[in-house]
Design a protein around this ligand. Sequence first.
Ligand SMILES: Cc1cc2nc3c(=O)[nH]c(=O)nc-3n(C[C@H](O)[C@H](O)[C@H](O)COP(=O)(O)O)c2cc1C
Ligand code: SF4
Ligand code: SF4
Length: 282
Amino acid sequence: MTINQIFKIYFSPTGTTEKVVSALTDALAEKLGLKEQVYVYDFTRPDGRTYFPELGEDDLVVFGMPTYAGRLPNLMLPYLKEFVKGNGALAIPVVTFGNRNFDNSLIELRDILEANGFHTIAGAACACEHSFSYELGAGRPDEEDLKEIRDFAGRIVSKLVEIEKQHTEAAPVQVPGIPADQNHGGYYQPRDRHGVSIDIRKVKPLTDMEKCTQCGLCAEICPMGAIDHEDVSKVPGICIKCGACEKKCPLQAKYYDDAGYLYHKTELEEMYARRADNAFFL
Ligand SMILES: Cc1cc2nc3c(=O)[nH]c(=O)nc-3n(C[C@H](O)[C@H](O)[C@H](O)COP(=O)(O)O)c2cc1C
Ligand code: SF4
Ligand code: SF4
């Protein structure tokens, strides 16, 4: 087993997954002497999901996605299943989550990568700032997280050395969660204090036209291509509430007024105020 190239591959609407994947990949590249052989593939925007780089047995991939409702973002599954092929590459599935829980997203990503020809040798779930909020997991990944991620890279390199010595194929990394034959436990369902479920699927962000200059950035970066380029106050496409348009608008012109969405956001902020731990698996 020789590793000649290392890839950072991610879906990251608000940029936290990109930070985590980059920190882990860069630390691995440094330890493996591959700093000049690092390649990036970002499939956040729709045009990134019409292609996937050709991988092979001498590649190591750090593959990152956020947790949405306890699973992987479901509208990304067709791309993962149709385009993403490992051809024997080693992979490290990484999920981020917004300080609540990653539930079954890591096991789902591990299973998809294994089914698509990758060999998973390690995995991580990292707590990050929540897409809906500036309070929940505020500023994470922070320095403490990045240090833990760099330390993990050292342990992965030791494992790679062991695998090399044993001349065997590594078994898929063991991660917690409900297996695929039980549909990974279904999706997490937000509920109000009386246990009534809150449905935010049809909610879309609004635009404060007093603040907006129609610069077009939100329409350009929307992972679903949902925002009208001619009039950004219109969202004719499917919105996954990823937070990109709201958090990246330079004038804070995007907002939500849906009562269920706002209730859920406040409830999460109240219930999950503690600092969630990162989880690393070898
Ligand atoms: C629709 C949606 C559902 C989410 N569900 C969860 C969840 O179940 N648990 C959790 O801890 N965080 C959840 N999050 C928060 C994201 O996983 C987290 O903020 C992640 O770091 C965002 O990644 P990004 O910055 O790469 O976009 C959710 C975010 C969105 C947009
Ligand atoms: S990014 Fe903000 S200012 Fe620019 S068009 Fe979108 S809402 Fe308007
Ligand atoms: S419109 Fe929806 S999907 Fe598009 S960037 Fe905004 S929150 Fe994300």
